[in-house]
Design a protein around this ligand. Structure first.
Ligand SMILES: Nc1ncnc2c1ncn2[C@@H]1O[C@H](COP(=O)(O)OP(=O)(O)OP(=O)(O)O)[C@@H](O)[C@H]1O
Ligand SMILES: [Mg+2]
Length: 265
C-alpha cells in the first residue's frame, strides 16, 4: 500500500521543503521505498538533493503537461546519492508555464502518474500558492495534508489559508460525488527556538495547539539544517552532530503521521 502526503502552507519560507525532504529521508532510513515529489517550480528540494534528469523535460512538468500520464512517476523518478531507498521526482522552473495553461482535468495528473507506483511512501513538496494547478494536483494525489510552518505570523496565517482552501476543495469534491478528499493531519512546527522562546513564537504555538493542529514534537532550530542545504547534503551526516535532535524530531513525527493515517477511515 502506498501512502501519499502533501506538505503545504500558503506562505513562503516557512519550512515546507525542509519538512518534505526530512520526512522523505527518515522514511527511506526506516526502510520504506520512498519517493519525494518536487511540485515547486523553484525546485528547492531538487537542488538540495542534487538530482537532475539526464534528458531535458524529464521532470514533474512532463506529467502536468500530458493528459494521460498514468504510471509515469516511477519512470521519471531519479535515484539519489543520499539513500538507496530515496528517489526524487524532480521539478524545474518551466513547471511555472504549466500553471499558466490551466488545462481541463489538469489537476488529476499527478494522481494518475502515481497510479501503481512501487513506492510505500510518497511525500509531495507543494509550493506556496493559494490554490491553482499545483496545490490542486497535490490535494488530488494525497491521502493526507501536513502543514509545515514556522512559529510566526506568516507561518500561522499560511496554515489558516491552506486549511480554508482544503475545506473548499473537500466541499467541491463532495458535490462532485468524489471520495478523494485528503485527511487534514495537522501542522509540523519548524525551526523552533529551544532556549529562549520569543513571544511571537509562543503565541503562534499556542494558536496551533488551541486549534488542535499541532503535531509533536516541534522541530528545533539548528544552523546545521541551513548549512547542509547550501552544501547539498543531508544534515543527518555524522559531522552535523548538533542536528541529531532535528533528525530525531522528524523520525518521531513520521511515526505519528503513519499511525494517524493507519487509523483513519
Ligand atoms: N529546523 C531548522 N533549523 C534551522 N533552519 C531551518 C530549519 N527548518 C528550516 N530552516 C531554514 O528556513 C528556511 C526556509 O525553509 P524552507 O526552504 O524549508 O521553507 P519553504 O516553506 O519550503 O520555502 P519556500 O516557500 O521558499 O518554498 C531555509 O533557509 C531553511 O534552511
Ligand atoms: Mg520550498
Amino acid at each position: 500500500m502506498t501512502r501519499t502526503y502533501a506538505v503545504w502552507n500558503e506562505a513562503g519560507g516557512v519550512g515546507k521543503t525542509t519538512t518534505a525532504v526530512s520526512l522523505a529521508m527518515v522514511g527511506a532510513i526506516r526502510g520504506l521505498n520512498t519517493m519525494l515529489v518536487d511540485l515547486d517550480p523553484r525546485a528547492a528540494s531538487t537542488k538540495w538533493i542534487g538530482a537532475y534528469p539526464e534528458a531535458e523535460g524529464m521532470h514533474v512538468g512532463a506529467i502536468l503537461a500530458d493528459p494521460s500520464p498514468e504510471g509515469w512517476a516511477d519512470e521519471l523518478a531519479l535515484p539519489t546519492s543520499w539513500h538507496e531507498n530515496l528517489r526524487i521526482l524532480p521539478s524545474d522552473r518551466t513547471v511555472a508555464h504549466r500553471e499558466a495553461e490551466k488545462p481541463d482535468g489538469g489537476e488529476v495528473r499527478l494522481r494518475a502518474a502515481l497510479q501503481g507506483t512501487t513506492a510505500d511512501l510518497v511525500i509531495i513538496d507543494a509550493p506556496n500558492r493559494q490554490g491553482g494547478l499545483l496545490p490542486m494536483n497535490a490535494l488530488m494525489a494525497a491521502d493526507a495534508v501536513i502543514y509545515a510552518a514556522t512559529a510566526s505570523e506568516d507561518g500561522v496565517d499560511g496554515i489558516d489559508g491552506a486549511s480554508e482552501t482544503l475545506a473548499a476543495f473537500a466541499q467541491s469534491q463532495k458535490l462532485r460525488g468524489s471520495t478523494f478528499i485528503p485527511q487534514e493531519l495537522g501542522a509540523i512546527m519548524t525551526a523552533i527556538s529551544d532556549t529562549i522562546v520569543p513571544k511571537v513564537e509562543r503565541r503562534s504555538l499556542a494558536y496551533v495547539r488551541e486549534n488542535n493542529l499541532a503535531l509533536t514534537p516541534f522541530v528545533p532550530k539548528r544552523e546545521a539544517v541551513r548549512q547542509s542545504r547550501v552544501r547539498g547534503e543531508w544534515y543527518g551526516l555524522d559531522y552535523y552532530d548538533r542536528a541529531d535532535v532535528v533528525v530525531n524530531a522528524y523520525k518521531q513525527l513520521l511515526d505519528t503521521i503513519l499511525e494517524r493515517t493507519a487509523n483513519h477511515g
